[in-house]
Structures are given as structure tokens and as C-alpha cells.
Design a protein around this ligand. Structure first.
Ligand SMILES: [Zn+2]
Length: 153
């Protein structure tokens, strides 16, 4: 199984939902609408990426269609919608067709990242292992190069 951005509880619920609803109706078409535009809508994600986010919504075209089928007017409105998203969320991202659960209905994910508290204990970890930030980055680069050398393309 691949890494997930959901907590194990949410991921388990999602897996069960997929398992017992193989011919499910399109979730994006019937999800609770949080904000509506002329062609687009922001909806709740029932199975949020709750490992990294406090808020996980999706922006989707109101009509059930693929990105390739968007009209010029729909694309034009998305530019305005995106400005709204930039003001209200931390990240916008899209799963590739390979991992999308609903590839036939264009949608993007928006999240607000979780707040984390950095304790003094964690701060000391870095300073204990590396005498400077440049040493830390040198270590990171070497590790990455070592990992890349193991890959065969
Ligand atoms: Zn749909």
C-alpha cells in the first residue's frame, strides 16, 4: 500500500466506502456545497487528508465533465475562483489520473495546513547533529545523491 495523506482512521473509512460502493454515484456531483460560483463550486471532502490538514475542500466544475471538456467561459471564471482560493487556503493540488478516484469529473484539492507546535526539544535536535545550517544542507544533498545513485532509470 502506498503512503497516504489521511490518518489511518480516515483512510480505513475511505477504503470501506470504496469497497462497498463500487458503482457509487459521483461524490463530486452530490457533495455539500460550501461556496458556489457560476460554473464552479467548493465542496467538502468527506475523507480529508487529515494527516496534514485542518481543512480539506475541493473545487469542482458544476457539470460532470473532464478538464479537457471545459469551455472558455468556465476556464475564464476559474481565474477569478483561483484568486479566492489563494486568499482562503494554503495549498492547491491535483492528483494525477493514476491516483484520482473520480477521473471523469474535474476537481482540485485545497487545504489549510495543520498548525504544529515546535518545541525546544525538536529545535535542539538539528543543532545537536549539525553545527550549522550549511552542514545540514550538505548532509541532505549527499543523502539525495546517494539515493539517486541507487536508482536505475
Ligand atoms: Zn460528477
Amino acid at each position: 500500500m502506498k503512503q497516504t495523506l489521511r490518518t489511518s482512521t480516515t483512510q480505513n473509512s475511505y477504503n470501506l466506502f470504496i469497497k462497498y460502493n463500487p458503482d457509487r454515484d459521483c461524490y463530486l456531483c452530490k457533495a455539500k456545497v460550501i461556496k458556489s460560483f457560476k460554473y464552479w463550486k467548493i465542496i467538502e471532502n468527506e475523507f480529508p487528508y487529515d494527516k496534514i490538514s485542518d481543512t480539506h475542500h475541493m473545487i469542482t466544475i458544476k457539470k460532470h465533465k473532464k478538464e479537457d471538456d471545459l469551455t472558455a467561459k468556465e476556464k475564464e471564471e476559474f481565474k477569478k475562483v483561483k484568486k479566492y482560493i489563494h486568499k482562503n487556503y494554503d495549498m492547491i493540488f491535483e492528483n494525477t489520473v493514476r491516483t484520482k478516484s473520480i477521473p471523469n469529473h474535474h476537481h482540485l484539492h485545497m487545504i489549510e495546513l495543520k498548525e504544529i507546535k515546535i518545541t525546544n526539544k525538536n529545535n535542539n535536535k538539528h543543532t545537536n547533529n549539525f553545527s550549522s545550517s550549511s552542514e545540514f544542507y550538505k548532509h541532505k544533498t549527499l543523502t539525495r545523491e546517494r539515493n539517486l545513485s541507487k536508482c536505475s532509470f
